[in-house]
Design a protein around this ligand. Structure first.
Ligand SMILES: Nc1ncnc2c1ncn2[C@@H]1O[C@H](COP(=O)(O)OP(=O)(O)OP(=O)(O)O)[C@@H](O)[C@H]1O
Length: 315
């Protein structure tokens, strides 16, 4: 993909706070038109600091940012009408009702959709007459989303859009994001919900300590991680009797095998169990999930060890 085909492009992006703390340490990312891109990371990894630069709310200390081909900070007047953003904190007057807040926002939004439509899209139509301070946390989050999509933006930035939402509201927000994407909107979102990223994102990046440490489709990000086989051995069978080729870690009779060739190792295990007449209680074999990929990164962050170093051979 050429640079021109990216709706959001960042290169060598850095942000240093006063006091010298470098929150974003040179990242490169590109989001294509009509794509949902999720930015994941541990607390303090630099997601919000990054998104604020992409939104044009803060200048980059180094590197370049282009949104719709322009610098969102220096060319804010040209970029702002074409983007929607939902910040972590909405910060609207709490005495206004949801409808009044949306009407006020529509008044300063280019090409605003009808207020009733915006509220209905986030399932708040029945709460239109309720003051913001009387809305629940999840309802306020949905009002923030209604305002972000008020102008039917070409590019939508969502910073933790479903934090505080119940499971049903979260799923209807996902449906809305998918519908916007299908209508051609490019979406960049941050989230702490890995299931959300797995279900929504066409591509994602995981940030850690100011850098992007993994990037690709959810399948690509998890493909690099080992699969896992777990089971419990009968009390009479010591873990040392397992086939030597299986890299197994044990906690008493509970066995945890990490493997990059799930089919081969599972077949080996089952052949051994059959031949040895051993029942593998609670046998569970699964490919790596995004959550495991993420936890590996977070764990590495703490120990600076590779995952393989943490697998202990039982022999
Ligand atoms: N105004 C500021 N001044 C100094 N340091 C800041 C400021 N804002 C953020 N930081 C620091 O920069 C780092 C990155 O913060 P940022 O909010 O971008 O992380 P994040 O990935 O969005 O985290 P979270 O998932 O917790 O929201 C953190 O260590 C934070 O303490």
């Amino acid at each position: 993909m050429t640079d021109d085909e990216y709706v959001i492009r960042a290169d060598g992006l850095r942000r240093t706070y006063s006091g010298g703390y470098e929150a974003v340490r040179g990242i490169r990312l590109g989001v294509a038109r009509g794509e949902v891109f999720a930015l994941l990371g541990t607390n303090g990894a630099g997601k919000t600091s990054t998104v604020e630069m992409l939104e044009g709310l803060a200048p980059a200390d180094a590197g370049t940012v282009r949104v719709l081909g322009r610098d969102p900070y220096r060319e804010r007047a040209a970029v702002r009408p074409r983007i929607g953003m939902m910040l972590q904190e909405g910060g609207f007057p709490s005495d206004l009702t949801a409808a009044e807040t949306a009407t006020m926002w529509a008044g300063v939004t280019t090409g605003a959709r009808p207020v009733a439509e915006a509220l209905a899209l986030v399932g708040l139509d029945h709460r239109a007459g309720v003051r913001v301070k009387q809305l629940s946390g999840g309802e306020r989050r949905r009002l923030d989303l209604a305002l972000a999509i008020m102008g039917d933006p070409e590019v939508l930035f969502l910073d933790e859009p479903t934090t505080g939402l119940d499971a049903a509201s979260r799923r209807s927000t996902w449906e809305l994001v998918r519908a916007l994407r299908d209508g051609g909107t490019t979406v960049l979102l941050t989230t702490h919900y890995l299931e959300e990223a797995e279900s929504l994102a066409d591509r994602l990046a995981i940030m850690d300590r100011g850098l992007i440490v993994s990037e690709g489709t959810p399948a690509q990000v998890t493909a690099a991680r080992p699969a896992r086989i777990r089971f419990t051995l009968p009390a009479t069978v010591p873990a040392g009797r397992l086939p030597l080729s299986l890299k197994a870690a044990s906690d008493g009779q509970r066995i945890d095998i990490r493997t990059r060739d799930l089919q081969r190792d599972l077949a080996e295990l089952l052949r051994w169990a059959e031949a040895s007449d051993v029942a593998l209680e609670g046998l569970d074999a699964r490919s790596a999930s995004l959550e495991e990929a993420f936890l590996d990164i977070a764990q590495r962050d703490r120990t600076d060890d590779s995952m393989n170093d943490r697998v202990v051979d039982v022999r």
